[in-house]
Design a protein around this ligand. Structure first.
Ligand code: AHR
Length: 374
C-alpha cells in the first residue's frame, strides 16, 4: 500500500470515529420542539425532557402551552417535548430517550397510573429527578419521583356529585313550593279532596323518583377517570334513587364522547343526567343529543355535568347547554418551573402540589369566565 493511500485511509477512519461519537453524544443536541432537531443547546440551560401524554383535549392543549411558556430559555430552561399520543408504550420510549440524552429533569404527564416502576427506576439509577404532572402514578416506591403537581381528581368527582345533590334538592323544594301553592288555591276554592291529594304527593316526595344517570368516563385506569368516578360514586352511594344506567370510556375525546352518547340514547329512553368526565366528550355528547332531537342543559331534558371548564364549555354554559362544569386547572407550568428552581438551589420541595378548582354554573358563566385564558 503506498504511503499516500495509507494516509487517506487514516483520515477517513478518524473522520468516521468523530462522526459516530457525535451521533451518539447524549446531550444538548435537541431543542424545544415537538419533533427532534439538532440545534445545539446552551449547556448553562436546565434541560427538561417532557413526556406529555397526548393532545386529546382542549384542556391538554392549555396544559402543554402552560409548560412551554414557563420552561423557556429566558427562565433558564431548554425543553424537549414528546407527545405520547395516549400510549404508555410511547411515553416509556420517550422517557428512555431522555435518560439516554442525560437530560437534567424528566417531566411526565402519565396517561395511566400503573406500569411506571421499571423506567422510573432507570431514571433514578441515571440520577435524573422525575416530576409527575397532572395525573399520578401508582407505585409503592415514592422515591421514584421527587414531586408531583396536579389537581385532586377524587375531589372533582365529589364536587360533581354534591352539585347534583344540591340541584335535585333545589328542584324538589321548588316543586314542593308550587304544590303547596296549588293546595292552598284548591282549599280556598273549597276543593278539599284535591288539596289532600296535593299534600300527600308532597309528603311522598315525588322528586325522590329515580334519577337516571349515564357516565362518559375518561381514559380507563387514568387518575382522572379513577378519581372522578370514585368521587362521584361515593356521593351517589348515599342516594338510593340515583340509578347509574351505564358508564363507558370515551377516552377524553370529542369523537368518542359523541359515539358513546349516541349509543346510550339508543339504549335508554329516559336519561335524566349525563356526567361527562371532560369537556371534549361533553361537546361530542351535546352533538349526539341534538342529532337525536333531544334537549339538554338548563331548560333541557338531560342535565349535563362536565369537567375541565375550558373556554368552549363557558360558551355552552352561556347558551344553557351545560348545567355545571367542575374546574380542573391545566396551568401547571409555573409550579413546575418553581419546583425545579428550588431543587437547583438544593432546597426541599413538597412531594404533592394540588391546584384548586372551582365549580362553575351556567347561571354565572358569563361573569365567571372573565379573565380566564383558556
Ligand atoms: O387529566 C386531566 C384530564 O385529561 C382532563 O380533564 C382532560 O380534558 C384531559 O384529557
Amino acid at each position: 500500500m503506498n504511503k499516500n493511500f495509507k494516509n487517506i485511509l487514516w483520515i477517513l477512519l478518524i473522520g468516521l470515529i468523530v462522526l459516530a461519537s457525535c451521533s451518539l453524544s447524549p446531550l444538548k443536541d435537541l431543542q424545544n420542539n415537538e419533533s427532534d432537531n439538532t440545534d445545539v443547546i446552551d449547556s448553562n440551560l436546565i434541560i427538561v425532557g417532557f413526556s406529555q401524554l397526548g393532545s386529546e383535549s382542549d384542556w391538554r392543549t392549555a396544559n402543554t402551552k402552560s409548560i412551554q411558556n414557563a420552561l423557556i430559555e429566558k427562565n433558564g430552561f431548554s425543553l424537549i417535548f414528546q407527545n405520547g399520543r395516549q400510549s404508555q408504550e410511547n411515553q416509556i420510549k420517550d422517557v428512555r430517550r431522555f435518560i439516554f440524552q442525560q437530560v437534567d429533569y424528566i417531566l411526565i404527564a402519565p396517561v395511566t397510573e400503573t406500569g411506571w416502576d421499571t423506567v422510573l427506576a432507570e431514571a433514578k439509577e441515571a440520577g435524573i429527578p422525575v416530576i409527575i404532572m397532572d395525573r399520578m402514578i401508582d407505585t409503592k416506591d415514592e422515591s421514584l419521583y421527587v414531586a408531583s403537581v396536579g389537581t385532586d381528581k377524587y375531589a372533582e368527582g365529589q364536587k360533581a356529585g354534591l352539585w347534583l345533590e344540591k340541584y335535585l334538592t333545589e328542584q324538589k323544594n321548588k316543586d314542593n313550593a308550587s304544590m303547596e301553592q296549588k293546595s292552598k288555591e284548591d282549599a280556598s276554592q273549597g276543593n278539599e279532596s284535591l288539596s289532600e291529594e296535593t299534600a300527600s304527593q308532597q309528603e311522598n316526595g315525588q322528586n325522590t323518583d329515580t334519577v337516571n344517570i349515564v357516565v362518559l368516563e375518561g381514559t380507563l385506569h387514568s387518575t382522572a377517570q379513577i378519581g372522578r368516578s370514585n368521587g362521584f360514586n361515593d356521593i351517589a352511594g348515599h342516594h338510593t334513587n340515583w340509578n347509574i344506567l351505564a358508564h363507558e370510556s370515551g377516552d377524553f375525546t370529542k369523537a368518542k364522547g359523541k359515539e358513546i352518547m349516541a349509543k346510550y340514547l339508543q339504549q335508554f329512553d329516559d336519561i335524566d343526567v349525563l356526567v361527562s368526565q371532560n369537556d371534549d366528550m361533553t361537546f361530542g355528547a351535546i352533538e349526539a343529543i341534538q342529532e337525536a332531537g333531544l334537549t339538554c342543559g338548563v331548560n333541557g331534558k338531560i342535565k349535563i355535568i362536565s369537567f375541565d371548564a375550558v373556554s368552549e364549555a363557558f360558551d355552552k354554559m352561556e347558551a344553557g347547554l351545560i348545567n355545571v362544569d367542575i374546574e380542573c386547572n391545566p396551568l401547571q407550568g409555573q409550579q413546575i418551573a418553581d419546583i425545579i428552581g428550588r431543587l437547583e438551589k438544593g432546597e426541599t420541595v413538597d412531594k404533592v402540589t394540588n391546584l384548586d378548582g372551582k365549580v362553575f354554573e351556567a347561571a354565572n358563566a358569563s361573569i365567571d369566565r372573565i379573565g380566564r385564558t383558556y
